[in-house]
Ligand binder design. Structure first.
Ligand code: ADP
Ligand code: MG
Length: 379
């Protein structure tokens, strides 16, 4: 029996293996979607979302996030492949039979209905009326702090309040799965950050499974248990925020999540698990060799701006890059400097402002970073 309970199988997701076990609640298997019969805008999507998980689909515009969400919600059909909800295939189920809450980017509230009527809408669909409905509506509106505004029309609310109504409407029928497509895109930065925390708290409190779509990497890092990074209709990497940031699988992820210096480098040899490489000007740098690192050839070295520090010693040290300061910005908590080291692009470094460096553009500076803060990627 225990063998069955713990049975799991592996499905390839980009470069990572995702384990799909008994706790996976949503499953995409080999899903492909073409609108025009020529091009796949979602290509070989394999993804398992665990029960109670907050999973974000993150990627640039046009990478296939909305299409993936629409297929899960039942508003679009996969061209190939299958989608399972709680181990049941859902392709033939219409949206209202999937018991999924949906928050669209544009809220999609009914303008002629009051707030309470908008929130009541999914209940009517499910035949919940009268006192039972009233109780649920009151609870859902209280959850999003709109208990006092039930009689207003959407046009009498601010953008943030309308968004909360959409949230209440998605939660009112106690769905086990909620999908959100860029729900905070129209809000200003402060409100957006506030709502990120609030949505995350609601999701945890209610124990719902969330599939959330955004193109904003900061939002994804703040809210998610795991993030699927999309580009060109494919998942580039599926991992926790920390793993995505510290161990990006490829150049795309390294450049999309946070800021990175992506430096062309040439690996000359591998010594005790350390790759030794030369930059264009002959500077030697070292990085942990990834398992796939070839002992010679073109690579990309990824180094985060905040991992650099200013080297004050005169002796040659490991991973030391010297050059001329070409740009310098004081940003309160840190200095942002661009250093021309003779590479294709200047190196960007964030130096804590506490160090109070007497720096100016045109100065010569030496930057260093630890070997373990360098990440070698395929070119
Ligand atoms: P994202 O949400 O990541 O911005 P989408 O899933 O909306 O990406 O779009 C992926 C690709 O599919 C884009 O090239 C887009 O133009 C195309 N697309 C999206 N919806 C439709 C549609 N209904 N008909 C035809 N093409 C579409
Ligand atoms: Mg979209």
């Amino acid at each position: 029996m225990s063998a069955v309970a713990s049975a799991s199988f592996r499905v390839r997701v980009g470069d990572a293996d995702a384990i799909m076990d008994a706790t996976s609640f949503v499953r995409f298997e080999g899903v492909r979607k073409s609108y025009d019969g020529k091009q796949f805008v979602v290509d070989d999507l394999n993804l398992a979302v665990r029960k109670g998980e907050f999973l974000t689909m993150l990627g640039p515009s046009g990478s296939g996030k909305t299409t993936s969400l629409m297929m899960l919600g039942g508003f679009e059909a996969p061209t190939f492949g299958h989608i399972f909800l709680d181990d049941e295939p859902v392709e033939r189920l219409p949206p209202e039979k999937r018991n999924i809450g949906f928050v669209f980017q544009n809220y999609a509230l009914f303008p002629h209905m009051t707030v309470a009527e908008n929130v009541a809408f999914p209940l009517r669909y499910r035949g919940i009326k009268g006192r039972a409905a009233a109780g649920r509506i009151a609870k859902a509106l209280a959850m999003v702090h709109l208990g006092h505004l039930g009689e207003r029309k959407p046009s009498q609310l601010s953008g943030g309040q309308q968004q909360r109504v959409a949230l209440a409407r998605a939660l009112v029928f106690d769905p086990t799965l909620v999908l959100m497509d860029e729900p905070l895109g129209a809000l200003d930065k402060q409100l957006r950050e506030h709502m990120q925390v609030e949505i995350k708290q609601l999701q945890r409190m209610l124990g719902i499974t969330m599939v959330y779509v955004t193109h904003d990497q900061g939002e994804a890092l703040t809210m998610s248990d795991r993030i699927a990074v999309f580009n060109d209709g494919r998942i580039q990497q599926l991992a926790t925020p920390e793993v995505l940031y510290e161990q990006p699988a490829n150049r795309f992820v390294a450049g999309f999540i946070g800021e990175n210096n992506l430096i062309p480098a040439h690996v000359t040899r591998i010594e005790n698990g350390t790759a030794v490489m030369a930059l264009g000007d002959g500077t030697i740098l070292r990085a942990p060799a990834a398992t796939a690192t070839r002992s010679s050839g073109a690579s990309t070295l990824a180094i985060r701006p905040e991992r650099f520090f200013v080297d004050t010693g005169d002796t040659p040290e490991t991973n030391r890059l010297s050059g001329t300061v070409s740009e310098l910005f004081y940003l309160g908590d840190h200095l942002r400097i661009a250093v021309d080291v003779g590479a294709e692009k200047p190196i960007v470094a964030r130096i804590p402002a506490l160090q109070r460096l007497p720096l100016a553009c045109g100065d010569t500076i030496a930057l260093r970073c630890h070997v373990h803060d360098c990440r070698l990627l395929e070119a």
